[in-house]
Design a protein around this ligand. Structure first.
Ligand code: ADP
Ligand code: ADP
Ligand code: ZN
Length: 215
């Protein structure tokens, strides 16, 4: 299963990727997670990326295209993968197309998660992530059994630096301008499957699986 999860910040891409990863035993490739780990380790790429991420802007295309190109060549991607948060611009989508054809890989579907702006803001302001294992939570919509503590590993739950209201608005604007055109891009390519992302987490998961089963 080779998938792209497309949708604005807070749509539930990471949440659904975790479900799909377990279901199909395929890796989740999140450019956001890879970049955040580079920032944390203060690698040269991380140092450069940080300015863009803190401002809610996109990291330059050549950086993320390089990350994904390298990642897709690793052995665990042979049976499939879930791209989460990539591509985010038309040039990234074109570069992905070239990379996949070089590797003789073909996408099965692009799942577009559709969620209203106000719901996105509520999801992002309440998002918490385990600092140890990366599992995602929401203070109201998907709380851990003990506040601030990861159910899976006991790690500390933290809020992302860019999940603050001003940065959130900026990221949503960047999404509308630079990423939303990809909906049409993949619709034209015959790969797009639209899913109503406003439902609860489990219901959205069922809809995704049903769309995939229908292909
Ligand atoms: P994305 O990866 O698209 O930015 P996430 O998967 O991190 O989004 O989800 C953003 C926040 O919203 C998280 O706190 C998550 O727990 C919560 N969330 C995800 N899906 C839903 C849903 N269907 N309903 C309510 N909250 C959700
Ligand atoms: P969310 O799912 O909440 O939008 P991500 O974790 O996917 O957040 O991305 C966080 C930040 O990392 C983005 O705001 C952007 O600065 C950077 N980033 C992640 N993926 C890409 C990408 N494909 N192209 C450019 N920048 C990216
Ligand atoms: Zn954890």
């Amino acid at each position: 299963m080779k998938l792209i999860l497309l949708g604005p910040p807070g749509a539930g891409k990471g949440t659904q990727a975790q479900m799909l990863m377990e279901k199909f035993s395929i890796p989740q490739i999140s450019t956001g997670d890879i970049l955040r780990s580079a920032v944390k380790n203060a690698t040269p790429m991380g140092v450069k990326a940080r300015e863009y991420m803190d401002a809610g802007a996109l990291v330059p295309d050549d950086v993320v295209v390089g990350i994904v190109r390298e990642r897709l060549q690793q052995a665990d991607c042979a049976n499939g993968f879930i791209l989460d948060g990539f591509p985010r611009t038309v040039p990234q989508a074109d570069a992905l197309k070239d990379t996949l054809s070089e590797l003789s890989l073909e996408l099965d579907a692009v799942i577009s998660l559709e969620v209203d702006t106000e719901a996105l803001v509520a999801r992002l302001t309440g998002r918490r992530t385990c600092s140890t294992c990366g599992k995602g939570y929401h203070v109201d919509f998907d709380p851990p059994s003990k506040e601030g503590v990861c159910d899976a590993c006991g790690g500390n739950l933290v809020q992302r630096d860019d999940d603050r209201e001003e940065t959130i608005r900026k990221r949503l604007e960047v999404y509308r301008e630079q990423t939303a055109p990809l909906v049409d891009y993949y619709l034209r390519g015959g790969l797009l499957a639209e899913v109503d992302g406003m439902a609860g987490i489990d219901e959205v998961g069922r809809q995704i699986l049903s769309v995939l089963g229908a292909r």
